[in-house]
Design a protein around this ligand. Structure first.
Ligand code: ADP
Ligand code: ADP
Length: 227
């Protein structure tokens, strides 16, 4: 996994009177599980989308390892991304969804078959590769999305409220799945949520967002344990 650092990162949306993200400096160590926590509208998604390359940066730098990627196109950043609404291709089987990023990268057929099987096993969907998304539960669809996001060995995995669309029981099981995935892959995870319990359960460190900037950064113990 790679270290990610934002320097004086800001975003002002067109027509907005104030910045959605305002001068954010955040360092995420290689292999760390970092959560961006805060209320709706506090700038978490905008920050993640600038790291992913889905939103232009108004000002500032984003370092991935040693390189400033702020102006590198998203597909060249080598980052895995998972959203709340799984965004699977509905006409493709689970296996074809997972194979997609490898085909884009012109990986050979035999290697694709091997890595897709491995990625589906990793999220415990080894038996379900031939199913269409509509034939899978919400939790299973999100696990396909996770497999697709990590199959090309990205330098970091970015997750935006990946559990947000699931009911409570599924949230809990997928939370464990995400923790296990982080442990097994050992890559950097950046996880967006407004749910404090979720952040406490998963994170090495938490960055608390408010009104477009970071209020506090620390381990769950540093932030929430009473002295
Ligand atoms: P969340 O808070 O779950 O990240 P929102 O409901 O705030 O999502 O936003 C949903 C979509 O609408 C996103 O694509 C976001 O970029 C866009 N959006 C949010 N706020 C505005 C706004 N004020 N003007 C235009 N688009 C917005
Ligand atoms: P969060 O992820 O913490 O809910 P966002 O990053 O989605 O926060 O939003 C931060 C601010 O930027 C909010 O005021 C939101 O309305 C605004 N915003 C988000 N997306 C857009 C957009 N596409 N266009 C205009 N304003 C936006």
């Amino acid at each position: 996994g790679a270290r990610i650092e934002t320097r004086a990162l800001s975003k002002v949306y067109r027509g907005a009177t104030r910045p959605a993200v305002d001068d954010v400096a955040l360092t995420i160590e290689a292999g760390e599980f970092m959560t961006l926590l805060g209320p709706s509208g506090s700038g978490k998604t905008t920050t993640l989308n600038m790291i992913a390359g889905f939103e232009d940066v108004t000002a500032g730098q984003i370092l991935l390892g040693d390189a400033d990627i702020a102006r590198v196109p998203p597909h060249r950043r080598n980052l895995g991304v998972v959203f709340q609404n799984y965004a699977l291709f509905p006409h493709m089987t689970a296996a074809d969804n997972v194979a997609f990023p490898l085909k884009q990268r012109k990986v050979g057929k035999r290697e694709i078959a091997r890595r897709v099987a491995e990625a589906l096993d990793l999220v415990r969907l080894g038996e379900h590769g031939s199913r269409l998304p509509s034939q899978l539960s919400g939790g299973q669809q999100q696990r396909v999305a996770l497999a697709r996001a990590v199959v090309f060995e990205p330098r970091a995995l970015l997750l935006d409220e990946p559990l947000g669309a699931l009911d409570k029981k599924l949230r809990e099981s997928l939370q464990l799945e995400i923790a296990r995935l982080h442990k097994e892959l050992g890559i950097t995870f950046v996880f967006v949520t407004h749910d404090q319990e979720e952040a406490l359960a998963l994170s090495d460190r938490i960055a608390v967002f408010r009104d477009g900037h970071i209020e506090q950064v620390g381990t769950p113990a540093e932030l929430y344990e009473k002295p």
